[in-house]
Unconditional design. Structure first.
Length: 486
């Protein structure tokens, strides 16, 4: 694509009359620049891409997009905000891929990963060719690609959608984080269905207040557009039991579909029965009733399933097929995942890393546990500090044997993080073991028949970040080895 053609969507705000080289790729990392690339200078939190423009030119960049004049031997196009412009140019370069896909976005504090995987499972079983973008990986057909962020930046995102089309994908499902919405990473994404799971405390290190956090998520629904297209209708799928849904309903012109348990909804769960083996309930949809007997456990799982059922139904999948898919799901990696090595006690690994998600999981365990409940829990460094005493308090409230340990301390002192957790439970019974492996081994060695151990916070993660180092660490592997070593 010629440079002038690529820049055209920026319109009169970016007048450009210079040379017109062929642009073969767009990059914002100078190390990935090749001959013919357009290099975009992005100001990051730690580095400024403008400082690497000269290196990009030496690597073959045909042009540079910047926010200030640069003395370079190639055309330099000046814009006010290179991050915003990058979303436009990426969408143009990859020929607006989401206009040719059904795109489903899921946002919320908890449940995004499980809900996205459930929707993907249902649609795949219905012979859709799917793509998935989220916390654990990006999936394009049968290909899996490691991801750095829950929602990639706009340049990577549009490239992935383009790759999906090249591989025959017709439906893409993605997790949409509040950071991505606030930073504009999803600008240019033509969503057809936007799903809201729930809103509870998280990311206040970034958003500062719950009001700002709630507003950031509303952007997904406002960005569904303001028109009504019969050929490609837009839907907002909202949790009727979460107060934030009122704002999101007002934020969108799209058709609103609701789901819930406690409040009346288009898809409402009734007659719920939860056991250690699974969950049964009925979905009431207008005058119809559908019975589900699933292997997933807990009230929070019901919410994830209801959201997925609603999204699949408005994607024209028959309810009978939806239910069959849901009932076949054994679980999602790191989400209430059982570790079974023949022991006579239960070990569960879960990604619960917010006060609400931890409380939900522990309440579910309480509903079937008959003996002691161990919880191994920590809090991430360089993240919302205000939730640390809350996580500790919830652990002491719902577990008989809380063990506080390290999560991903990152640049913070692990002992300082643990001290902030302990400040929330003065006078309560708990033990602190900073080394995460030692904490897991201790709980497993102390467990007796019938006890339940919850290892919370990291879920599917296969690493631990301490300082600037990333170490191999998988709660599931460590737990299994500890069980076998008893």
């Amino acid at each position: 694509m010629k440079l002038q053609e690529l820049l055209q969507p920026l319109h009169l705000l970016v007048p450009y009359q210079g040379s017109n080289p062929e642009i073969t790729s767009i990059e914002n990392d100078n190390r990935k620049v090749q001959v013919g690339s357009l290099f975009i200078c992005i100001k990051g939190y730690t580095v400024d891409g403008h400082d690497f423009a000269d290196s990009a030119v030496k690597n073959g960049a045909a042009a540079v997009l910047a926010e200030k004049p640069l003395a370079l031997s190639v055309p330099v196009i000046i814009v006010k905000d290179t991050t915003r412009a990058m979303a436009v140019l990426a969408n143009t370069f990859y020929n607006h891929p989401t206009k040719k896909l059904q795109l489903i976005g899921i946002t919320g504090t908890n449940g995004k990963t499980t809900t996205s995987h459930l929707i993907e499972k249902i649609l795949s079983d219905a012979n859709r060719t799917t793509g998935l973008i989220g916390t654990m990986y990006t999936k394009i057909g049968n290909l899996k690609i490691e991801t750095k962020n829950t929602t990639p930046e706009s340049l990577i995102l549009q490239k992935r959608f383009h790759q999906m089309l090249e591989n025959g994908v017709d439906t893409a499902i993605m997790e949409v984080s509040s950071h991505a919405l606030h930073l504009g990473r999803v600008h240019g994404c033509d969503y057809d269905i936007a799903v809201f799971t729930n809103l509870t405390q998280d990311h206040l290190d970034y958003h500062k207040t719950m009001e700002d956090y709630r507003h950031a998520k509303s952007l997904l629904f406002s960005q569904l557009g303001n028109t009504f297209d019969a050929d490609k209708p837009k839907f907002a799928v909202l949790n009727a039991d979460d107060a934030a849904s009122e704002l999101y309903q007002k934020s969108t012109a799209a058709h609103v579909v609701t789901y819930g348990i406690d409040n009346e909804a288009d898809f409402q769960a009734r007659n719920i029965q939860i056991t250690s083996a699974g969950t049964t309930f009925e979905i009431a949809m207008k005058d119809k009733r559908y019975f589900i007997n699933m292997q997933l456990i807990g009230k929070f799982s019901i919410y994830n399933v209801l959201a997925s059922v609603a999204a699949a139904f408005i994607s024209n999948i028959p309810m009978e097929a939806i239910i069959q898919s849901i009932e076949s799901v054994k679980g999602v990696d790191g989400r209430f995942e059982l570790v079974n090595a023949g022991q006579d006690f239960t070990v569960i690994v879960d990604y619960a890393h917010t006060p609400d998600s931890l409380e939900n999981v522990l309440k579910t365990i309480q509903s079937f546990a008959t003996k002691r409940i161990f919880v191994i829990v920590g809090c991430g460094g360089d993240r919302d500090k205000t939730k640390r005493p809350l996580m500790a308090a919830i652990s002491c409230q719902y577990a008989s044997d809380p063990i506080f340990t390290s999560d991903n301390p990152r640049s913070e002192d692990p002992l300082a993080i643990l001290k902030e957790m302990e400040d929330g439970v003065a006078g309560k019974s708990y033990i602190t073991i900073p080394d995460r492996k030692e904490a897991i081994v201790t709980a497993i060695n102390q467990a007796a028949a019938g006890d339940v151990i919850l290892i919370a916070g990291k879920g599917h993660e296969t690493y631990q970040i301490i300082g600037d180092n990333v170490y191999d660490f998988d709660d599931r592997v460590v737990a299994r080895e500890a069980i076998e070593g008893r």
